[in-house]
Write a protein that binds this ligand. Structure first.
Ligand code: FBP
Length: 552
């Protein structure tokens, strides 16, 4: 394999572990906490998860553990979008297993959850693991978005677990994938299988978190990568002073990434989808808000700026949300008939008699290339693929129109030139920051301790993350504790609740205090590239979001 100088040096990085995990494995005891309840819909969830509901929180402490040296067979799945640090979760899991018993085996399921249903595996050896330590990407075994939902898929998963004689399956994934992990844990027990299921909290979107899961892995590195790029654009535009940069950032639903990047770079505008929804802000009002900043800055001679747009924004704008829901239902109800319509004009005609007039009018006003993006296939979890909707271009077009009308009225006298960008995939496979390298390795190692201690239906947890790694607290959180029932494809389904940006939370409130100044003045900050070697305050700092959340 061709490897870069950085990759070679990163192989030698030893991820830091919490104190309780850093000694001999026989000295890691499991302390059991209080029994837990789901966040809501408790009776229904108790009925669905008869064998796994309401288990206690567990924390690892120094003490004796006589189960930990058993020989184990474990399979690991990387599920959903890539997030920096996934390889280190696997490395931590592997090292834990081997420390427990050198005869233990780690299988990698190839290409995501379908590797489990189709029994596509590879044995992960030390040589393979060593090639991927502290590197980005999920390419060690590949990832996928297959949702395990049909009775056949569950039966196939059980069959694979039996064939491989698995003690456990580890699912490294986001909220949807860990919902799947909870269902699998329940299914295995209900069907007399002793195969345990453990999850690990992954997603760059940062929306799998709660009081016990302080952040999902990958969020730190992805935000720092995007912030470097945004900071570079801030400096570029501050130099040439001629462009407004409209930058869409990943985050399918939650705006955590946009908010964190705003803290790190101080753009002129950062839209927050959750606020748009809470205030029922229309698309026109959002355009007005952006134009207000452009007009003010132009009056000071500053015809340049930076606008951050969260990827999921369109789904939070009331009229567009309604449109998307109607499109989902209408197309799902007559899937074949819609699939037979090939061009956009005919698709619009097909929709004209099927969706309410108000929504149809919005479809007509959308530029055709954007309208088409609203009609693209949904992902296997039923989500609109917002990464493929060019919201940044939609907004720029509307802003341009609005500015020319303001110009006619002599309210605006500036010059508007723009560039559009989408930063998403660029951040998902970056070399993990020291924070993510350490956090992920600890999550993988904790997953091993949960398995060796005989637990199932748990999410590996490492907290106290704003302290030095030795003071981190590791353990496990029952997956059912994070669940509620939500409407999915026409019926109520158990799902892990997504953690959106809280408008009452410290990060949003801090942002809200500063944004008016940022929208008028040039306050850019240039964070630069992630540093892997050097002073700790540069290399090991967690995100500003995490620090603000800890200050409360
Ligand atoms: P996960 O929730 O699976 O971690 O993925 C998040 C994400 O990176 C989103 O930010 C983005 O909308 C989506 O994946 C893109 O998905 P795909 O890789 O299928 O295009």
């Amino acid at each position: 394999m061709n490897i870069s100088a950085l990759q070679k040096v990163r192989y030698n990085y030893s991820p830091k572990l919490p104190e309780c995990l850093s000694g001999s494995v026989e000295d890691i005891a499991v302390q059991t906490g209080a029994l837990t309840e789901a966040i809501s819909d408790r009776e229904e969830l108790r009925g669905i998860f008869k064998n796994t509901y309401g288990k206690p929180l567990v924390t690892f402490v120094k003490g004796k553990n006589d189960k930990i040296k058993r020989e184990l067979k474990v399979g690991v799945i990387l599920s959903g979008g890539q997030a920096p640090g996934g390889h280190n979760v696997i490395a931590g899991l592997f090292d834990g297993l081997k420390k427990g018993n050198d005869a233990s085996t780690l299988y990698g399921f190839l290409g995501g959850p379908s590797g489990l249903t189709d029994n596509k595996t590879m044995v992960l050896t030390k040589e393979i693991i060593d090639e991927y330590r502290n590197t980005g990407g999920f390419d060690i075994i590949g990832s996928g978005r297959t949702k395990i939902e049909t009775p056949q898929q569950f039966a196939d998963s059980l069959e694979t677990a039996k064939k491989l004689n698995l003690d456990a399956v580890v699912v490294i994934g986001g909220d949807d994938s860990n919902t799947n992990a909870a269902l699998l844990a329940e299914y295995f027990l209900a069907n007399g299988s002793s195969t345990q299921v453990i999850g690990c909290p992954k997603t760059i979107d940062g929306d799998l978190k709660n009081e016990h899961i302080e952040t999902s892995f990958g969020f730190d590195t992805a935000c720092k990568t995007y912030s470097e790029l945004i900071g570079n654009l801030c400096r570029d535009t501050n130099s040439a002073k001629k462009y407004w940069h409209f930058i869409k950032l990943m985050g399918r639903a939650a705006s955590h990434i946009a908010l964190e990047c705003a803290f790190q770079t101080q753009p002129n505008i950062c839209l927050i989808s959750e606020e748009v929804e809470a205030n029922s802000t229309s698309l026109d009002k959002i355009v007005d808000q952006i134009c207000k900043s452009i007009v003010h800055r132009a009056s000071c001679g500053d015809n340049f700026g930076i606008v951050l747009i969260p990827e999921g924004l369109v789904e939070f704008i009331p009229e567009i949300k309604k449109l998307i829901e109607e499109l989902n239902d209408t197309i799902a109800a007559e899937e074949q008939s819609f699939a037979a319509v090939s061009n956009y004009i005919d698709q619009l005609y097909w929709l004209s008699s099927r969706i309410p007039e108000s929504s149809y009018r919005i479809m007509q006003t959308l530029p055709p290339e954007i309208g088409q993006q609203f009609l693209m296939d949904r992902d296997p979890h039923g989500n609109v693929q917002v990464s493929r909707i060019e919201t940044e271009k939609l907004l720029v077009g509307m802003v341009e129109k609005k500015l020319s009308s303001l110009k006619e009225k002599k309210i605006y006298t500036g010059k508007f030139s723009y560039q559009t960008h989408f930063f998403g995939y660029e951040g998902r496979c970056a070399f993990p920051s020291n924070f993510d390298a350490d956090y992920c390795y600890s999550l993988g190692y904790s997953a091993f301790v949960l398995i060796a201690s005989g637990l199932t239906g748990y999410l590996s947890s490492v907290k106290n993350l704003t302290s030095v790694a030795s003071e981190w607290i590791a353990g496990g959180v029952p997956l059912t504790m994070m669940m509620n029932l939500e409407q999915r494809h026409g019926s109520k389904k158990p799902v892990i609740k997504k953690a959106l940006v809280e408008l009452n939370g410290a990060p949003f409130k801090t942002f809200a205090k500063k944004r008016d100044t940022w929208s008028q003045k040039t306050c850019f900050v240039f964070p630069g590239a992630i540093q892997y070697f050097g002073p700790l305050e540069v290399c090991d700092m967690p995100t500003i979001t995490l620090r603000l959340e800890h200050e409360k």
